[in-house]
Design a protein around this ligand. Sequence first.
Ligand code: PMP
Length: 398
Amino acid sequence: MRAPFAQWLGATNDITRTFLAAGQIPDLINLAGGLPEPSTYPVEALAAIARDVVERYPQQVLGYGPVEGLPELRDALATRFSSASLSLDRTNVLVTSAGMQGLDLIGKVLLDSGGLIAGQFPTYLGALDAWRPRSPTFRKLRLDGPGFEPVSALAGAQFAYTVPNFSNPTGKLVGVEMRQALVDAAHHTGTWLVEDDPYGGLHYDGAPAPRMIELSGRRSPGAPYRGPVVYMGTLSKEIAPGLRIGWVVAAPEMIEALSLAKQGADMCTSGLTQRIALAAIEAGLIEQIQPTLIDTYRRRRDALCAAMAEHLGEWFDWDVPTGGMFVWAVARDPALDTDRLLTHALAAGVCFAPSSVFDAASAYKQAIRINFTYNSPERLAQGVRRLAGALRTMTTGS
Ligand code: PMP
C-alpha cells in the first residue's frame, strides 16, 4: 500500500479542474475565469524587451538571482509606491512569482496549523487554496455588513486579508473611511493587514481610494515604513499574467520572513521576467496600455450588465462594479443553489464561478461571479442568454 496524501487534499474542491475540463466543451462561453483579453498583451514591446535584456544581461537573466529579487526592480517598485508620507526602500520590497506566490508565502510565515485568518468575505478562491494546507480557521469580515467593528474583527487573528479595489469575487470597492478604520485597527491590535491589489489599475468610473499602506504611512510621514500593512501587487492584470511577476511591499521584518519562505519555495523569481518587468515599468508600458484596458473592459462591463438587466433580473440582484473584472450577482431566492445552476449552465454551454468556492466552508450557494474582461460584448450577451435558459430549465423544469 502506498503512503496516503496529506489530509488537506481531501478538504479542497475541484472547481479549477471542472473549469479546465469545461474548456474542452466546444463553443462553451467561459464567464468563470479572471482572464485578461489576450489581444491587449503588448506582444511586440515585450518581444523587443526580452531580446534586449537577454543580450545585455545574459548572466543575470539566465543565472540564479537573489531570493528577494533583482535589486534594481526592488528599487523601482519602492520608488513607484513611495509618496510624501510613505517612505520605502528596497528593504520594503520582495519580488514574487506573481500574486499567488505572495499569498502562499504569507500563509507560510504567519500561519501555524489551525491559525486564524480574518478574511474579507466572500474570499478570493486562490487565497483559500494557498492557505488550505495549514487548515486555518476563518473569521468572516463582512466589511459592508451592519455593525462591522474593525478592532474586534482583527483582534487575535494571525492576519487580516482584504482586496479593497474591486474585490475578487464581488467587484466591490472598499471606501476610504473603511480603509482608514481597518488601518487604525491593524495598528491598534498589531494584526498584519494584507492588502491584495491586482485590480487597482482597472477603474472605469473614477479612481479608487488611497491604498491602505499609504494611509498607514501617513501615521508617521516620511519615516521608513514599519507598519502592519502588507501590500501585494502583480503585473498579471496590467501587462500579462504569463510574466508571473508580483511584489510584496511591507515592513522589512516581514520582507525578511517572506524571503526565508521563498528560499524554500522557488529560490528566486525568474531573472529573465524580472528584467523584462523592470524594463517594461521603466518604459512606462503599464501607463501606455492602461487606457486601452480601461476602454475595452468598460465597454464589456456595460455590455454584460445590459444583457443581465434584460435576461437575469427575474432571478438575481447585482451592483454594477466600478472597476475590476467581475459582476457579483446574488440570487433573490436564498434557496437557489448556484452549484446546481452550474451543472445546468454547463449543459447550456456557459460557465461561471459559483459562490461556494469563495467560502472556506463551501456553504454559501446563493451567488455567482461573472467575468466580463475575457469575452467580446456579443459573446457576453450570448452567455447571459444561455444562463437565463439554464435558470429557466432549473427553476421550472422546462
Ligand atoms: N489576488 C487576487 C485577488 C486575484 O484575483 C488574483 C488573480 N486572479 C491574484 C491575487 C493572483 O494573480 P497572479 O498570481 O496572476 O498575480
